[in-house]
Design a protein around this ligand. Structure first.
Ligand code: ATP
Ligand code: MG
Length: 346
């Protein structure tokens, strides 16, 4: 079995720097090193409907945003199959058969779902489609026999759920489906970048993000309003680095070359010591972060402009990708039906 890579994003908003650092950057790296048999990137619009069913316009509006974000960060449609989940009905059918293999209480125990239910105020009544989305995610992954999944660490319990479904299916119906593994960053902060507000996760649904499409002025405003050390009132005061979001982001995004370029310091650790001693202001450290983020976003913005002006090209890429994904998924659906024994006319 070769290496088959699959990832995806929910079109619930434009993608943010948490996606970039947690997942998109790795996808481009994997794509460019060529060490894989096939790579898929899915826009999970059906999954996004499970908690946005009453606002389909949000999903429609963001579908192209996400597709353009992909192309702008360098995901290359000649190497990667970019497709729309709702265009591959086979995934829904697979979900239906997999639902038999999972109990409701197992889904309720999933830590990711638990957190997300709370965030969405679904505690008293959760839509069954939402509770079930880990099962549909198992369908998305197994439909392509994907075994490498580049994700943020909030997704790990969901991959575990997928492997449980795979094991149960194979045990009952015979060896058919492929197990998968998450592909995570080495450092923990970029596995789950916290939000600008200090929340444990930058997330579209929480609105605490710097988006890849934000213009310079917006990025500046967002960085300048970031949470630092509430006791660091005057420049001369000693400041705290731990729990200071600006330093946490600098840890993730900045190189020492950039620190040299945008500050009077030779390295991030030198800059941190000065802050701890006192004599380094918040505006100064925020300015460094702003410049570092701008270095990442400027080339992405330029590409974005091209695709925004050539939206038919984007549509065409999605249409071709979806057709290709449908073909591949229907092969797996046939295998699944055969394994269960419901391929009556074959
Ligand atoms: P939503 O709030 O709608 O769930 P989201 O911001 O969580 O949106 P998703 O589309 O659910 O984004 O996630 C897509 C991918 O990006 C997943 O692999 C997820 O783990 C990763 N990801 C999302 N947010 C972060 C983050 N803050 N840091 C690192 N990776 C992230
Ligand atoms: Mg999410």
């Amino acid at each position: 079995m070769g290496k088959i890579i699959l990832t995806g994003d929910r079109p619930t908003g434009p993608l943010h720097i948490g996606h970039y650092i947690g997942s998109l950057r790795n996808r481009v790296k994997l794509q460019n090193n060529g060490d894989y048999d096939k790579m898929y990137v899915m826009i999970a619009d059906s999954q996004a409907l499970t908690d946005n069913f009453d606002n389909p316009k949000k999903i429609q509006d963001n579908l192209f945003e996400v597709a353009i974000d992909y192309l702008s960060v360098g995901i290359d449609p000649s190497k990667v199959c970019i497709f729309i989940q709702s265009g591959v009905d086979e995934l829904t059918t697979l979900t239906y058969y997999y639902m038999n293999l999972v109990t409701v209480s197992r889904l309720q125990r999933n830590p990711t779902i638990k957190t997300e239910i709370k965030q969405r105020g679904f505690e008293t009544s959760v839509p069954s489609g939402f509770l079930n989305y880990p099962v549909s995610q198992a369908a998305d992954i197994t439909a392509f026999h994907a075994n490498v999944i580049p994700v943020g660490n909030d997704q790990m319990p969901l991959l575990e759920q997928t492997n449980e479904i795979v094991d149960t299916f194979n045990r009952i119906y015979g060896d058919t489906l492929t197990r998968c593994e998450g592909y995570l960053n080495e450092d923990e902060i970029s596995q789950r970048l916290p939000g600008l507000d200090g929340n444990a996760k930058m997330s579209k649904s929480l609105g605490n993000c710097i988006y890849l499409k934000d213009d310079s002025e917006t990025v500046k405003k967002k960085v300048m309003s970031m949470y630092t050390d509430p006791d660091h009132l005057k420049v001369e005061d000693p400041g705290k680095v731990e729990g200071n979001m600006v330093f946490l982001y600098l840890d993730v995004f900045a190189t020492d070359e950039q620190i040299k370029k945008y500050s009077e310091f030779n390295s991030l650790s030198e800059m941190k010591s000065k802050y701890q001693q006192g004599g380094l202001g918040d505006v100064a450290i925020k300015n460094v972060l702003y410049n570092v983020i701008e270095e990442i976003l400027t080339p992405i913005r330029e590409k974005r402009k091209y695709y925004e002006e050539n939206i038919d090209l984007v549509k065409d890429i999605l249409k071709k990708g979806t057709e290709e994904a449908k073909k591949d998924a229907s092969k797996t659906l046939n295998e699944v039906k055969k394994a269960i024994g419901i391929d009556y006319f074959e």
